[in-house]
Design a protein around this ligand. Structure first.
Ligand SMILES: Cc1ncc(COP(=O)(O)O)c(C=O)c1O
Length: 382
């Protein structure tokens, strides 16, 4: 039999070797991966049950516990992007009709609401204007009113650039006998995080932001308290691929086949985590803070205003108000086409109102800030 689906005209020419422009990724993520991470990505493969790979898996778990400051046994990367790790968290912890209280103050809070509802949760919402954060007393009142099984908060809301303070929230959750679930997608590797000390029971993240790796391996962790809830489930986890009972047999001692782990992605992820430990967490957090402050001061010199109050600003992601009369989209396009610099536009409610500038992982360096500010100044004056 002959192939019946022909290659169309546009693809008939001998295809050229793949080329991509040398972008500087200063948007909401991904950021540019560290060269050592890219090098690790291209190393030759071994099998996903090879003793060498099993050792790599162990190393990844140890390094990830360090990055998150947790002793949680169940700590590993989910194969997929941050949303897959988010889904793993909710699919495993939510049983139909569990009350899940979500703090919504941006786009990703809404995603948590949507996802928890799909797993049958009785979802309750508390909301704040986009760019603001919840105070401890507001959380206490909401826990008192709703008595949830799980409180879900976004630590680093990428749509607004606001950082949710977490000190004291874990204790509050223990007082109300509920689990604390935290989205750390835009904080891990760039913003101080002490999961155990803060009493966080469930957290997830991604590889492509503060960890400076391409997207595709997404950290997940679960405390012993959360694991007890998983063990006590009356209903099976409604997502086979992300069922932790099965995944733990691969990432835990059994080493039973579950799915074919993305080998090279895990090489890269290990290298990204190794860079975190080499630099040291505190130094890394300080670097992100110092680079962000350089940006904030430079933006202010250009007459631009940040959307979030300085005390709640994320060092990894800054939202900048687009001045009246300026076409924000056109500016971002010019930066991309003329200077190879990517920045992001507003998401959801802040669409058209802000630019989003990410300084994450390998990209959080003063030279990138100075380049962006110089380019932005020229483009704004044109
Ligand atoms: C706070 C937050 N949560 C979840 C996600 C989803 O991650 P991903 O796009 O890697 O699936 C993102 C992505 O930017 C995010 O910023």
């Amino acid at each position: 039999m002959k192939p019946s689906i022909p290659i169309d005209e546009t693809h008939r020419r001998p295809t050229a070797q793949l080329e991509v422009p040398p972008r500087l990724l200063l948007g909401p993520g991904p950021c540019n991966a560290h060269p050592r991470v890219l090098q690790a990505l291209t190393m030759r493969q071994v099998g996903h049950l090879d003793p060498c790979f099993l050792e790599i898996m162990d190393e990844i778990q140890t390094l990830l516990r360090y990055a998150w400051q947790t002793h949680n046994e169940v700590t590993f990367p989910v194969s997929g992007t941050g949303t897959a790790a988010m889904e793993a968290t909710l699919a495993n912890i939510v049983e139909p009709s569990d009350v899940v209280l979500v703090g919504v103050k941006g786009y990703f809070g809404h995603r948590l609401v949507d996802m928890a509802g799909r797993y049958g949760a009785d979802v309750r919402k508390i909301s704040k204007p986009w760019g603001q954060v919840f105070h401890l007393e507001e959380l206490r009142q909401a826990l008192e009113t709703h008595r949830p099984a799980v409180l879900a908060l976004v630590h680093a809301e990428t749509s607004t650039g606001a950082k949710q303070p977490l000190e004291g929230v874990g204790e509050l959750c223990r007082e109300y006998n509920c689990l604390l679930l935290v989205d750390t997608v835009t904080s891990l590797g760039g913003v101080p995080l002490y999961l155990d000390a803060w009493g966080v029971d469930l957290a997830y993240s991604c590889s492509q932001k503060g960890l400076g790796c391409p997207p595709g391996a997404s950290p997940f962790t679960m405390s012993p308290r959360a694991f007890e809830k998983l063990q006590a489930r009356q209903t099976p986890v409604a997502n086979w691929y992300l069922d932790l009972n099965l995944l733990c047999k691969y990432w835990g001692r059994d080493r039973t086949y579950h799915h074919t782990a993305p080998i090279n992605m895990n090489y890269a992820f290990r290298e990204a985590l190794r860079l975190v430990s080499e630099e040291g967490l505190e130094q890394r957090w300080q670097r992100h803070q110092a680079t962000a402050e350089l940006l904030w001061d430079g933006l202010s010199d250009l007459g631009l205003e940040c959307h979030v109050k300085r005390e709640f600003r994320l060092p990894t992601l800054t939202t900048v108000r687009i001045p009246d009369g300026v076409d924000g989209k056109a500016i971002a396009q010019t930066l991309l086409h003329d200077y190879n610099i990517e920045i992001g536009g507003g998401l959801g409610e802040l669409g058209g109102q802000v630019w989003r500038i990410g300084l994450m992982g390998f990209n959080s360096r003063p030279e990138n800030v100075l380049l962006l500010l110089a380019a932005l100044k020229r483009v704004l004056h044109q």
